[in-house]
Ligand binder design. Structure first.
Ligand code: FAD
Length: 403
């Protein structure tokens, strides 16, 4: 019979093929990726890899031998150009056409760029998604250089921390009234604002980017919405991503805030699955996408289990992390829809956790240098239990009693 074909060779793709093989799936598997590398982890790209403390071999999710030993046929540097659902085939950039029995879409997402009309494509302006992006910008990270980061989300703030550690002069502009506004509570924003300011980073909130000026095509300064102009040597934009849905859309699959999948990661075509940043699923009455390792791994595993005939329902207990300076942020749960938070002081200096609630229901926790708060929060969620606000905020309460 025809092989299972995986489009994309990233986090979700790697989990998918590993799950199939670990459950003794014996059919052919072909993985097609348009980057030059074996599947690798992206999180270190804005953290230790950018800092120069990690090399490529440690970024890889599995070594080359693994794919050979497990008979996963890899086609790297190759793009899937189209899907033909009638023939159950895909056409590749190298002009090959391959038939599939089942197809898995793990195409990930693409960062937004600032508009070309305001200078968004000048040389010296970067986005941060892949290894090539980091390798292209790395030479800029020399002491004293002026870096502007557009967007105060996790990736922008992590890059800011690395740049500060390497002695650059960093400014972060954030259009919203606070950094991390889209993803975290005011208390979490405040914690991170403070640590960045302590590391000499200028954070400009409520500030938009109007345009760039250049010198011979290379970015030279940024004009901000408050009327100021700041000199820059280079710029990193971290203003969000769009899911890579074009292939699926052209093939007539249902798209709804991403490639729409059910809780077994199946798209509107029963032979086609999707997982990771590109896929949207139903969560508490809404169709959401999660841009995280946890989601890519679990959705991919679920697709494999469905193909193996042992379907599981996706019931995510989301988790996420971010490293900035000496702070490790760990998040359990999804704070979507929260209307209150309480703060729990940690036992060490600089440790703290913020507990999110919708009315009286505990939803999620942001734990800064507090792995116990994180793991207890996660256990409470996994058990489907609740913890009253007063208890979460009270350091004398043993969180374990609520797990
Ligand atoms: P990807 O890993 O992006 O893989 C998709 C692959 O498909 C890409 O290689 C793409 O080029 C390829 N592709 C797309 N279209 C085609 C095509 N037509 N043909 C062939 N190949 C194609 N998550 C966390 O949980 N914690 C973190 O701390 C964290 N930090 C991050 C830091 C950075 C800098 C970035 C960029 C992401 C971070 N994430 C983090 C998010 C996490 O890495 C992603 O959610 C995860 O990689 C998603 O996996 P994926 O398989 O969906 O997509």
């Amino acid at each position: 019979s025809n092989p299972i074909i995986v489009i994309g060779a990233g986090q979700a793709a790697a989990s998918f093929v590993a799950t199939l093989r670990s459950h003794e799936y014996e059919g052919r598997i072909i993985m097609i990726g348009d980057e030059a590398y074996l599947p690798y982890q992206r999180p270190p790209l804005s953290k230790r890899y950018l800092l120069g403390q990690m090399d490529l071999s440690r970024l890889l999710l599995r070594p080359q031998d693994w794919y050979e030993d497990h008979k996963v046929e890899l086609k790297l540097n190759t793009r899937v150009e189209s899907i033909n659902r009638q023939d159950k085939s895909v056409s590749l950039s190298n002009s090959e056409t391959l038939n599939y029995s089942q197809l898995m879409l793990c195409t990930g997402s693409t960062p937004h760029w600032l508009p070309e009309a305001i200078g968004g494509r000048l040389s010296g302006i970067y986005t941060l998604r892949g290894l090539n992006d980091v390798d292209q910008m790395k030479h800029e990270f020399t002491e004293g250089k002026k870096l502007l980061i557009v967007g105060g989300g996790y990736i922008g703030l992590e890059a800011a921390a690395v740049a500060s550690d390497l002695g650059l002069q960093v400014t972060v502009v954030e259009l919203a009234d606070r950094i991390l506004q889209r993803v975290a509570s005011p208390a979490t924003s405040e914690y991170f604002r403070t640590i960045h300011q302590l590391n000499n980073i200028t954070i400009l909130e409520n500030t938009g980017l109007k345009s760039f000026t250049d010198k011979e095509g290379h970015v030279r300064s940024a004009l901000l919405s408050d009327g100021s102009e700041i000199a820059v040597d280079f710029v990193i934009t971290g203003i969000g991503v769009a899911p890579n849905t074009q292939l699926a859309e052209d093939a007539g699959l249902t798209i709804d805030n991403g490639i729409a999948v059910n809780l077994q990661s199946q798209t509107s075509d029963v032979s086609i699955y999707s997982a990771g940043d590109c896929a949207s699923f139903e969560y508490q009455g809404q169709r959401i996408r999660l841009e995280s390792v946890q989601n890519a791994v679990e959705q991919a595993e679920n697709a494999a289990m469905h193909i193996l005939g042992e379907p599981v329902q996706y019931q995510p207990i989301p988790w996420f992390w971010s490293d900035q300076y000496k702070t490790k942020l760990q998040i359990a749960g999804l704070n979507q829809g929260y209307n209150d938070t309480v703060t729990r002081p940690g036992k060490r200096e600089g440790s703290l956790s913020i507990w999110y609630y919708k009315d009286q229901q505990f939803l999620a926790v942001d734990a800064m240098n507090d792995p116990i708060a994180y793991s207890m929060g996660r256990k409470i969620l996994a058990a489907g239990k609740n913890i009253p606000k007063e208890a979460a905020a009270d350091v004398s309460v043993n969180l374990k009693d609520y797990t």
